[in-house]
Design a protein around this ligand. Sequence first.
Ligand SMILES: Nc1nc2c(ncn2[C@@H]2O[C@H](COP(=O)(O)OP(=O)(O)OP(=O)(O)O)[C@@H](O)[C@H]2O)c(=O)[nH]1
Ligand SMILES: [Mg+2]
Length: 267
Amino acid sequence: MEKLVVIPTYNEKENISSILHAIFNMNEGFHVLVIDDGSPDGTAQLVKELQSKYSGQLFIEERKGKLGLGTAYIYGFKWAIDKGYQFIFEMDADFSHNPNDLTRLYDACKKQGVDLAVGSRYVKGGGLVNWPKNRIALSKGASLYTRIITWMPVKDPTAGFMCYKKEVLETINLDEIHFVGYAFQIEMKFAAWKLGFKIKEVPIIFQDRVVGVSKMNKGIVKEGILGVLKLRWYSLFKNYRKRVKKTKVVNSSVKTVQQNEVFAESK
Ligand SMILES: Nc1nc2c(ncn2[C@@H]2O[C@H](COP(=O)(O)OP(=O)(O)OP(=O)(O)O)[C@@H](O)[C@H]2O)c(=O)[nH]1
Ligand SMILES: [Mg+2]
């Protein structure tokens, strides 16, 4: 149980089979968990049809309705921890993230001692292909805004292509992460950073989706703007680190999980 790619899906019937073939054809030992939110277009059915071909490597969890990308990932992270995966990846179904880059994210964590590898559009060597100007402006604006407010040293804070060492997801109290859109992506990096984990941005080229429909909406942007302020507020006045660090109940006394203390330097 080494590498698990979690792919949330909502109406991705045009993409899902091809992205799964692309990942498994790499023959790099990646397993995939699809979290489908009852897609009306039958995405889940397509995944189930491929399960016999990719037996033991392809899994699906179906939820009843569209509950948001953030909650889908939290569900997937808990599933991955439960099954004992060592490296857990976030990836979109729409080919914006090139499956070949999974290996580069993995290498950063496995070989370079990184805890959270972020596929980044905004470091040297990274970039964007075919994204409309308004989306580029929104994404770069969100990145600048997040860095100014939070001081988090990550150039692509809204990135959704990442590899976590399992210790990161075991240390973060996943029940405290409530955002669903860009704010979710920002908070996962923010929490890892605040808890002292080592983050590295790995350059990637991000492509606009060619088929299927975007799930971006105004609510996600609003959540992002307010969410970043909330993170800063909590880290300044509400002991964010303590809030987001998982605690374990041992002999009815509450103890803090210590796994990451080697890296931890409070920020
Ligand atoms: N399970 C689940 N998956 C979702 C939900 N919303 C989006 N997704 C999936 O999350 C991934 C990213 O969503 P996108 O719509 O591509 O969002 P985006 O990349 O910001 O925007 P575009 O690329 O412009 O479409 C895709 O695989 C979606 O199918 C949701 O509510 N639940
Ligand atoms: Mg997309």
